[in-house]
Design a protein around this ligand. Structure first.
Ligand code: NAG
Ligand code: NAG
Ligand code: NAG
Length: 183
């Protein structure tokens, strides 16, 4: 019985390869070692953005056309992610990416960033966040659209809440609660 099942499975696999050619084929999930069940992981991280000072973590590469909404601005960040709100708490990764002023009538950034983890079991793994950040709102939800390493096949969302902001020094600290489904 078991042998027959294996043979049937083989035939299906071969058929899939034959009909899909080299471009695409239906794969057996077992071939990439996927765990049986998805995991829901909650990460609480603090995102430290600084545009001023001696060693800014973010550079603005395009000035806005409006200084009230920041519309048209583009900034590239390599911001530390820490375990607590204090800048000197443990760094667990970097938020690397771009934010751009994408709303004309209000402050609304397009965020495109990878959280690249550098410690512990997530070292070398990433999650990718792509969403709309209306930075003056108390809570902003943005989608997690993917991931790598431990976070392969990731999807989910983050909730961002500003903990500290100083326009003059250009320092912002934002709490990110990340809810990530992954294998
Ligand atoms: C925005 O502010 C900066 C610095 O004060 C100034 O140089 C720039 O001209 C302003 N831009 C606009 C579009 O008003
Ligand atoms: C972090 O900085 C705060 C104040 O700046 C200080 O009170 C605290 O002791 C520092 N913690 C560590 C672990 O250095
Ligand atoms: C994280 O991984 C890199 C590359 O494999 C390694 O060089 C580094 O020591 C690791 N860091 C920690 C804290 O484990």
């Amino acid at each position: 019985m078991k042998l027959i099942l294996i043979l049937v499975a083989e035939i299906f696999l071969l058929t899939a390869i034959a009909s899909g050619g080299d471009t695409a084929r239906t794969m057996n999930k077992k071939l990439i070692d996927l765990p049986k069940h998805e995991t829901l992981t909650h990460l609480r991280l603090y995102w430290h953005d600084s545009t001023g000072g001696q060693k800014p973590s973010t550079v603005r590469i395009q000035q806005p056309v409006s200084n009230s909404s920041f519309f048209g601005s583009i900034s590239i960040m390599d911001d530390p992610l820490t375990t607590d709100v204090m800048r000197n708490s443990t760094v667990v990764g970097q938020a690397q990416g771009i934010y751009a002023g994408a709303a004309q009538g209000e402050i609304g950034f397009l965020m495109v960033m990878n959280f690249a983890f550098t410690t512990g079991k997530y070292n070398g793994s990433t999650i990718t966040i792509l969403g709309r950040n209306a930075a003056l709102e108390k809570t902003r939800e943005m989608p997690v659209v993917g991931g790598s390493g431990m976070f392969r096949f990731a999807r989910g969302y983050v909730e961002a809440r500003t903990k500290f902001f100083n326009l003059k020094s250009g320092v912002a600290i934002v709490e990110y609660n990340c809810y990530v489904l992954h294998y």
